[in-house]
Design a binder for this molecule. Structure first.
Ligand code: FES
Length: 145
């Protein structure tokens, strides 16, 4: 049911933890399943994401997608991080079962929430970044559950 990559990131999640005084931190949840994900970014003055950490209180797929998402955004520019969509995360994990697709949305939205916080703190606008939601259940269609 789960790919080897999903199992690997679930069993050995990368970048778990938190960053003190992060450049940006974002928390998103899903009221339907009760899962919560928080992402911390350390971004240098060139706009490059130097370090990423996450904490996820959630299902195995949420842990695996947040772990993979942190690997994908590390070392990238803020703009490139926006291209790390839930589809990109799923592809990097060799797919997720259909009922778990919404878990990857939590990872995408957590990236956006951390970038949004960074933009707010620095009084900048990140082109293409929309204000993230706190509860992704608002975004997910009923039939995806
Ligand atoms: Fe809620 Fe996976 S079941 S994020």
């Amino acid at each position: 049911m789960y790919s080897e990559k999903v199992m690997d990131h679930f069993n050995n999640p990368r970048n778990v933890g938190e960053i003190e005084n992060p450049s940006g931190v974002g928390t998103v949840g899903n009221a339907k399943c009760g899962d919560i994900m928080r992402m911390y970014f350390d971004i240098d003055d060139k706009g490059i994401i130097r370090d990423v950490k996450f904490k996820t209180f959630g299902c195995g797929a949420a842990v695996a997608t947040s772990s993979m998402a942190t690997e994908l955004v590390k070392g990238k520019t803020v703009k490139e991080a926006l291209e790390v969509t839930n589809k990109a995360v799923m592809e990097a994990l060799d797919g997720l079962p259909p009922v778990k697709v919404h878990c990857s949305l939590l990872a995408e939205e957590a990236i956006h929430a951390a970038l949004w916080d960074y933009a707010k703190k620095n009084d900048i606008v990140i082109e293409g970044l929309e204000e993230p939601v706190n509860d992704i259940a608002e975004k997910v269609e009923e039939e995806e559950y």
